[in-house]
Ligand binder design. Structure first.
Ligand code: PRX
Length: 656
């Protein structure tokens, strides 16, 4: 935007009057409900927990403790329910013939599927019976490594139905990453497909799974969805044809009575140190929170067609493709493909075709599509759209304005939702009828959420309205993760140790005079690549596992489309020549060790890395060099060998 346009742009954007008139919550109601939720969380959540069907109603609502050393989070702890029953069965009487899931395949010429709640019930029960027949019982772990196909939803809900705990591994992850997750969760079964078509190309999921299972216990069963019909190898006694078994399975399966605190799923996510952590979510609190945020943030009403473009391999897909919408009896769209296939108009073609009313995507996709010009949007009728959403990273004002003007035609409120794998659902987000948006701000807390801004170094609470520091949350909400799978100490150390008494998000933020929150990005060694979280330590350990690499340090740098790119400084073993061929080999190496999303964008050969005298790598300096910000290197006198910095600056990779 030029300076004149900027000056003319309003500071905040309220939804149109006719939107506000029909919205669940307007400004006054938000204030009233928010105040009530903070004043008496037990009363507030006691009431809103009733949006679910309970087998045995809860008598205790909130029982949570953020004290380091004794962190414990429980909601609705004496209630029992079944999540699949809440997402499917309870809708059968009133909306059995309503579409629950619209499946839009990768190939635009292949027919879409409309799966009703009744059909969903049938499929989920059959899949549940197949899992049972394979020896899966309550509490067992099931790893799901599937494309974005209806079977992924059936598998999740089938697990929930029998009380098994699912752990979805994004289909873009490598065999090694899959094996690590199967082993860490000690899964009994992995559910995969022959292959995953995306953007006209295919990923060989079954052969990836075969490779992963070489590193797992012989007892792990492999359930294969024959999706594309591609030829795969078959291990008799281990591999099972899911669809064939489903055809013969009983169409009814009793739902297990689960405690509210029984884990529903484990989802692995990257942190600043070590291996990815298994984030554990509960059954009752998680579902109530996912459903409530889905309804209020997206102002969901009966009859709406809701589309979240995420993959079910990420938390966004869990909460806002499957659990939130289905608990609300919504129609949710599942898209197998990519935004740019067969062309950059695919999202808009799908919105037009299925008359989507709420559309929820990531800034990286918006930026990529914005770069393709307005023509791809303008040739589609987007008049069904009522609301737009954004998630995964801060949205830059340019992308926000394009989304608002070109996609939303200035009449669709935009909800910029800030949350995390750990939070289960939105924590800071506008409610569209209540809170005017400011481009780039996630605005205000959801009901029951108490954000605080602390001074990063001292941990002191900043009490002035305007504040800048690290973002913490002062009290629990029902969708909060309960623990790290198999490692409660790590849970406490990661989130509750640094700032005592608070949940530490890992993000920095600013609060303005209106009480709006502006997320400024991660303050730890996590980078955000196209809205996907990547631990720099993970990429580093993949690089150093290569025989010719002595040492590696990875940082993020600003990237026009991805938000952040992966910048790797690599020191080779003595005598190894840095060549282009080796650079390509290392890129391919990281792809196989972790997956394509972890491939470094830039690799710089570094004869030495800046280290303190005690041997600690000074990432601050590496970040500045990667950002081309040499004026702000800070004090380098504590370095063991300051001359390495000059070398790194001189040989900084050109940003291609
Ligand atoms: O840095 C924040 C960023 O994404 C991180 C969480 O990543 P993940 O667990 O993969 O979940 C992504 C989808 C919920 C956060 O710590 N982030 C997420 N949403 C936003 C955001 N940053 C700014 N604005 C957002 N709306």
């Amino acid at each position: 935007m030029n300076a004149q346009a900027q000056a003319a742009a309003p500071e905040s954007y309220a939804a149109p009057q006719e939107f506000i008139a029909k919205a669940h919550v307007d400004a006054a109601r938000y204030e009233e409900m928010y105040a009530a939720s903070i004043a008496d969380p037990d009363a507030f959540w006691g009431e809103h927990g009733l949006r679910l069907d309970w087998i045995k109603p809860y008598s205790r609502v909130k029982n949570t403790d953020f004290t380091f050393g004794q962190v414990s989070i429980k909601w609705f702890e004496d209630g029992t329910l079944n999540v699949a029953q809440n997402c499917v069965d309870r809708h059968l009487e009133t909306r059995g013939d309503q579409t629950a899931i619209i499946f839009e395949p990768d190939d635009p010429n292949a027919p879409a599927q409309h799966i009703t709640y009744r059909q969903l019930h049938d499929k989920v029960c059959r899949m549940a019976n197949v899992l049972r027949s394979q020896g899966v019982t309550r509490g067992d772990r099931v790893v799901i490594y599937l494309p974005m196909i209806p079977e992924a939803a059936y598998a999740m809900l089938a697990c929930a139905r029998i009380g098994a705990i699912h752990s979805i591994v994004f289909a873009g992850f490598s065999p090694d990453a899959l094996a690590n997750r199967i082993n860490d969760s000690a899964a009994k079964v992995v559910i995969t497909a022959d292959s995953a078509p995306r953007g006209g190309r295919k990923t060989a999921l079954k052969s990836n799974t075969d490779a992963a299972l070489l590193h797992c216990s012989d007892r792990v069963r492999c359930l294969v969805v024959k999706h594309t019909g591609d030829q795969t190898t078959w291990v008799d006694g281990r591999d099972v044809d899911v669809k064939a078994l489903m055809d013969h399975a009983a169409p009814d399966c009793p739902a297990e009575e689960m405690n509210a605190e029984d884990p529903l799923f484990v989802l692995y996510t990257s942190g600043s140190t070590g291996k990815p952590k298994g984030v554990v979510h509960s059954s009752g609190g998680y579902l109530a929170y996912a459903a409530m945020t889905h309804q209020y943030t997206f102002d969901y009403h009966d009859g709406d067609i809701f589309w979240c473009t995420a993959d079910v391999g990420w938390v966004t897909g869990h909460s806002y493709i499957i659990y939130g919408p289905l608990a609300n009896g919504a129609t949710t769209l599942m898209f197998e493909g990519v935004p740019t296939y067969p062309d950059a108009g695919r999202f808009w073609a799908v919105c037009e075709k299925h008359k989507v009313t709420q559309f929820y995507t990531a800034p990286t996709a918006i930026r990529a599509l914005m770069g393709q010009g307005n023509g791809f949007v303008e040739k589609h009728d987007l008049s069904s759209l009522r609301l737009l959403g954004s998630v995964g990273e801060p949205i830059n004002p340019e992308a926000w304005n394009w989304y608002n003007e070109v996609v939303g035609k200035g009449r669709c409120p935009i909800v910029d939702t800030w949350w995390q794998t750990e939070t289960g659902g939105h924590l800071i987000t506008p409610l569209p009828g209540a809170i005017p948006a400011k481009p780039g701000s996630a605005t205000k807390p959801f009901f029951g959420v108490k954000p605080v801004v602390l001074e990063a170094e001292s941990g002191k609470l900043i009490e002035t309205p305007e504040a800048e520091g690290v973002l913490c949350i002062a009290d629990s909400w029902p969708g909060q993760m309960r623990t790290v799978w198999g490692d409660h100490d790590r849970f406490q150390e990661t989130y509750f140790q640094q700032y005592k008494g608070y949940y530490f998000s890992g993000d920095g933020c600013r609060r303005d005079a209106d009480g709006y929150y502006w997320i400024t990005g991660r303050v730890d060694d996590v980078i955000n690549v196209s809205g996907h979280r990547m631990g720099t330590a993970e990429v580093e350990s993949a690089l150093v596992a290569h025989a010719q690499v002595a040492e590696a340090a990875v940082v993020g740098y600003p990237h026009d489309i991805k938000g952040q790119g992966i910048y790797a400084y690599v020191t080779l073993m003595n005598g190894v020549e840095p060549t282009d061929a080796l650079r390509k080999e290392l890129e391919a190496w990281v792809r196989t060790e972790i997956g394509p999303i972890a491939k470094p964008d830039l690799i710089q050969w570094a004869p030495g890395l800046p280290k303190t005298r005690s041997g600690k790598i000074m990432r601050r300096i590496l970040r500045k060099i990667a950002e081309n910000d040499y004026g702000a290197l800070g004090d380098i006198s504590t370095l063991a060998d300051p001359s390495v910095v000059e070398d790194l600056i001189e040989n900084r990779m050109n940003r291609g």
